[in-house]
Design a protein around this ligand. Structure first.
Ligand code: 8OZ
Length: 439
């Protein structure tokens, strides 16, 4: 797909049926919270149709500086200036095109959500062997880099920021995804008790092949190459996927790592693979543009550890002081299974840098987590599926659209780029509402 960027025009041929991405040619005013509300409403129009009239002379001023941050306090993450702390979580949507290449519809989807303080892309395989689900995008071919360039161009033209999530599924795969129909790879040959979603529907996952120790540097290099490709595609940074039972998590946790070499055994040895990946990726993207996602208590994909607090305290401490962009922490279990007490504040303190918290937050709990200091930003997943203008809706306390589970994975624009905005809200009345909300 050819991307063109000219004066006032960014396009990928077309976005969806003749819809071109356009920049707003009007001169920019000094950025204020009013701009953020306006930008959220106009992000959709910027890619889908006419822009609404600009607000005349908004009476609303920036709020006075407060010592306790909330979701709408700006924050700097490395070189990125985020206008708010509402992060779009990585969301697998299985809508990449042939060759697992991101397409125009994907660009529209992300551009619609550009008012997020930061977008984290869906999990993106760094190598063919790293794929475990149908139609997930890759970042290992020239076509994929070109496709992602259109996505990043559309997001940037809509005023947003986006990082790419680097992914290797390890054992959560199926021979139908593997080059030559090979077995998926893992730290140890332990069969996961889950199924893979393949072109032939759900299939049992076979026992994976344990990686030889001399294969590990090659996989670390695939993450680094993924980061290099992501930066070439115009991303603002990268997030290493160390969560949810995929390859890095399989090395970290003792249910899936039974190795007797330098990569298994003690917590220090099980953490080695992650630290090598982080070092290699940060060397490419810069530590200030490199984040990590972890899920200390999540048992998704048949994963578990005998002492998650000790393990992830060690992870957080090992990564402190390296100038990394952020640590993204999924709190609890994403399946809703109750989890034992876990000290997430300890993770924040040991890491010392910016933390993004995630998993089922609403506005009140998000602001409480920010006020407590255990997180600096909050990532929202499903709410972003149904609400491209989530930032505006959270800000104004307007109702959220429910996301339709039937259209989470695969398909076209339905349930992907067709969720309604607060289109009836004129900027002027929107400002009045915002004024009221601030008191
Ligand atoms: C849902 C479906 C497939 C993959 C994750 C990448 O859990 C995923 C994923 C989520 O991190």
């Amino acid at each position: 797909m050819a991307c063109v960027k000219g004066r006032g025009v960014v396009g990928c041929g077309h976005l969806a049926d003749g819809v071109a991405v356009r920049e707003d040619p009007r001169p920019r005013r000094k950025s204020s919270t009013a701009d953020i509300v306006y930008a959220a409403i106009s992000a959709y129009y910027a890619v889908c149709g006419e822009l609404p009239s600009p607000p005349g002379d908004p009476t609303m001023q920036d709020r006075p500086t407060k010592t306790t941050p909330d979701l709408f306090s700006p924050i700097e993450i490395g070189p990125l200036k985020l206008p708010n702390r509402v992060v779009m979580a990585p969301l697998t949507r299985s809508r990449a095109g042939g060759g697992n290449v991101p397409n125009a519809l994907n660009a529209l989807y992300y551009a619609q959500r550009a008012s997020a303080g930061l977008i984290i892309s869906e999990a993106t395989q760094v190598a063919p062997e790293g794929q475990g689900y149908i139609s997930t995008p890759g970042i290992h071919s020239a076509e994929q880099i070109a496709g992602w360039k259109c996505v990043t161009g559309a997001v940037h033209a809509s005023g947003g920021r986006i990082v790419l999530q680097l992914w290797h599924v390890g054992r959560i795969s199926h021979p139908s995804f593997q080059p030559g129909g090979a077995l998926p790879v893992a730290p140890s040959a332990i069969k996961p008790n889950v199924q893979a979603f393949t072109a032939q529907g759900f299939q049992p996952i076979p026992t994976p092949r344990a990686l030889q120790i001399d294969e590990i540097p090659g996989i670390v290099a695939q993450y680094a190459q993924g980061a290099r490709n992501a930066m070439a595609a115009g991303f603002d940074g990268v997030e290493v996927h160390g969560a949810n039972g995929y390859l890095i998590d399989q090395f970290l946790r003792d249910r899936t790592n039974k190795r007797a070499d330098d990569y298994g055994g003690s917590i220090e040895y099980r953490t080695r693979f992650l630290l090598e990946v982080m070092e290699a990726v940060a060397a490419v993207a810069g530590p200030e543009r490199t984040g990590l996602r972890i899920s200390p208590q999540n048992e998704q994909s048949d994963i578990a550890d005998s002492d998650p607090q000790a393990l992830f305290n060690h992870v957080a401490k090992s990564l402190s002081g390296k100038g990394l962009a952020y640590l993204h922490v999924i709190e609890g279990d994403t399946g809703g299974t109750p989890t034992p007490p876990f000290d997430y504040l300890a993770i924040k303190r040991l890491f010392g840098g910016p933390v993004i918290a995630n998993n089922g937050f609403d506005k009140a709990r998000a602001n409480a987590a920010l006020a407590q200091g255990r997180a600096d930003l909050i990532a929202f997943g499903k709410p972003f599926i149904g609400n491209p203008d989530l930032v505006t809706r959270l800000y104004l306390d307007t109702p959220l659209n429910a996301a339709n589970r039937e259209t989470f994975y695969g398909g076209g624009d339905q349930g992907y780029t067709d969720y309604p905005l607060l289109r009836t809200v004129e900027p002027d009345s929107c400002y009045k509402d915002a004024d009221r909300a601030w008191g």
